[in-house]
Design a protein around this ligand. Structure first.
Ligand SMILES: NC(=O)c1ccc[n+]([C@@H]2O[C@H](COP(=O)([O-])OP(=O)(O)OC[C@H]3O[C@@H](n4cnc5c(N)ncnc54)[C@H](OP(=O)(O)O)[C@@H]3O)[C@@H](O)[C@H]2O)c1
Length: 323
């Protein structure tokens, strides 16, 4: 038996129960991993609330880093004792977890377990958004919402590394400093200022080539208004709530703009694609060209507090649970 967080019924943060669970032996293609740190992501709150339904009971968490404790049949490339990180393995809020080998990647020398755990899901998301969903080109101006969040800080750095100019939105002065520190060229407090008007002013009325919007309900309408002709809105999350149905004619009226609602799983469809993105991400972290902010560490037993802080906009950068 190991310590874990268990959800027996969906609901508020109080349904995150600290409990003991059995973790099976690894099956074909799987690793059993001693979890050193588990990343806490907004999607965990959607699973907890039942917004994205899961079979009950379940242990939340998709992301983490740790040490391989056992290797299942037909696994190549991993051995007991290896440090690995993963982004898409259910049940990471636990002392031990089963991780599909194709979702695991070796953690490079010099990258701590906490940083690796914090950066996989959010970093791979930033990677696919700016390399594949709307590939940022030198000279592009892009708008990144919630830029001091976990995905946000990594998106700003990744977009800048590709030569983009970044306009960022945040809610507080502390978050503004962090977004600027990550490289944002302009920062708008979208809780105080009409960000679409600011974008119009900052781009001389042209608009941005892409908006990366993980906020959703409260930003969607103005995000459409910020786009340049034939620009792209990458709506990748809903931290403020889901966006209501959209009339396609709005995309025409806004200048033949493109709307996409991407998810990480579709951009890591093969082991090669996952390894490419994870390799680039972890190398950039190891050589210091991307910096990961782990702002808070919570004991496993305090997972509820982590969710309250994340949903209450109290966190910056990434947060982790430490079993
Ligand atoms: N599609 C994908 O592949 C994928 C993968 C990973 C994550 N995501 C999405 O990316 C987004 C960011 O995830 P994250 O884990 O890095 O979280 P996060 O950005 O660290 O936290 C969410 C942030 O959203 C902003 N926000 C705006 N309105 C909010 C509201 N009403 N309630 C709560 N927060 C609000 C807050 O920043 P301010 O205080 O600055 O407004 C808050 O800090 C989420 O929507 C998540 O679902 C999508």
């Amino acid at each position: 038996m190991v310590d874990a967080v268990v959800v027996r019924a969906t609901g508020g943060p109080e349904v995150l129960e600290f409990a003991q669970i059995d973790v099976p032996e690894p099956g074909t293609g799987e690793l059993l991993v001693d979890v050193a740190a588990a990343g806490v992501n907004y999607i965990d709150t959607y699973h907890r609330r039942g917004l994205y339904p899961k079979d009950l009971p379940f242990t939340p968490g998709n992301e983490g880093a740790g040490v391989v404790a056992a290797v299942g049949p037909d696994v190549t490339g991993f051995a007991v004792g290896d440090h690995v990180a993963w982004a898409e393995a259910a049940g990471s809020y636990a002392q031990r977890a089963i991780v599909p080998a194709h979702s695991a990647f070796a953690v490079p020398e010099g990258v701590s377990d906490e940083v690796a755990a914090a950066s996989m899901l959010q970093g791979l998301t930033a990677h696919y958004l700016v390399t594949s969903t709307y590939p940022v080109k030198p000279g592009d101006t892009v708008l990144i919402h919630a830029a001091a969040g976990g995905v946000g800080l990594l998106l700003v750095q990744t977009a800048k590394s590709r030569g983009g100019k970044v306009i960022a939105t945040v809610s507080t002065a502390e978050k503004e400093d962090l977004a600027r520190g990550a490289g944002a060229d302009e920062v708008v407090r979208y809780t105080e200022t009409d960000f679409a008007e600011e974008v119009e002013r900052l781009t001389g009325g042209v608009g941005v080539a892409a908006v990366y919007d993980g906020v959703g309900k409260t930003t969607f309408d103005q995000s459409v208004d910020c786009l340049a002709t034939r620009g792209m809105l990458a709506l990748f999350g809903a931290s403020s709530g889901p966006v209501p149905p959209v009339d396609p004619q709005r995309l025409n009226a806004a200048g033949s703009v493109l709307l996409t609602r991407p998810k990480l799983g579709d951009f890591t469809r093969t082991a090669d694609e996952f390894a490419w993105r994870a390799g680039e991400l972890l190398s950039a972290i190891a050589d210091g060209s991307i910096s990961v902010t782990v702002s808070e560490r919570y004991p496993l037993a305090e997972a509820a507090r982590a969710h309250i802080d994340l949903q209450g906009r109290k966190t910056v950068g990434s947060i982790v649970l430490v079993p």
